[in-house]
Design a protein. Structure first.
Length: 185
């Protein structure tokens, strides 16, 4: 019996996905935040060499350049904390002996929906940023989506463009609210 290369490749890939999934279910403390990969305006550190102190000795000074959208970062951290607490509760429920298999299955499905929701929100944030906005914060709760955008000017045409983008990316979205925040450079 001859095994095809594609079959071997597929089985290898499938086993890798299974191992990674089990790893993340067993160790939920290490969470991956996909937004940090694509974020240019997060907290950056710049080191300036050659600054002399009172004694004439050279020293290194570290400056923090904060994001112009610190409010958005705080909102993201708050949502991330809430979701990680919920995910931790659900993971404990899955590992507990006192719940039925059906309740554990529901908890697992809720964890899966949380992960999907985070992914959709991150994708929408990147898409809104690609429209030319410095930063955006998306919060989806069921069929209701709130998009907060950092922009100099507010217009209904831009808001309609964002609403259209959200409705095309998230099927079943009935209520999309767009808020504009002034740029705080």
């Amino acid at each position: 019996m001859r095994v095809r290369r594609r079959t071997v490749w597929f089985m290898t890939l499938l086993s890798l996905v299974a191992v990674i999934s089990v790893y993340y279910l067993v160790d939920p403390a290490k969470q991956f935040n996909g937004l940090t990969i694509f974020s240019d305006d997060t907290l950056q550190e710049t080191s300036i060499m050659g600054v002399t102190d009172q004694d004439g000795a050279k020293q290194s000074v570290t400056q923090e350049v904060s994001s112009p959208s610190h409010l958005f970062e705080e909102l993201r951290m708050q949502v991330s904390d809430e979701r990680s607490q919920r995910r931790e509760q659900l993971t404990q429920k899955i590992g507990s002996e006192e719940f039925t298999a059906e309740e554990k299955s529901e908890a697992y499905n809720e964890i899966d929906s949380l992960i999907k929701q985070e992914s959709v929100e991150a994708t929408l944030e990147m898409l809104v940023k690609s429209l030319g906005y410095p930063d955006a914060f998306v919060r989806a709760e069921g069929a209701k989506v709130t998009v907060t955008v950092m922009a100099e000017e507010q217009s209904t045409a831009k808001a309609d463009e964002i609403v259209y983008l959200v409705k095309t990316e998230m099927e079943g979205t009935k209520d999309v609210k767009v808020e504009f925040k002034a740029n705080s450079y």
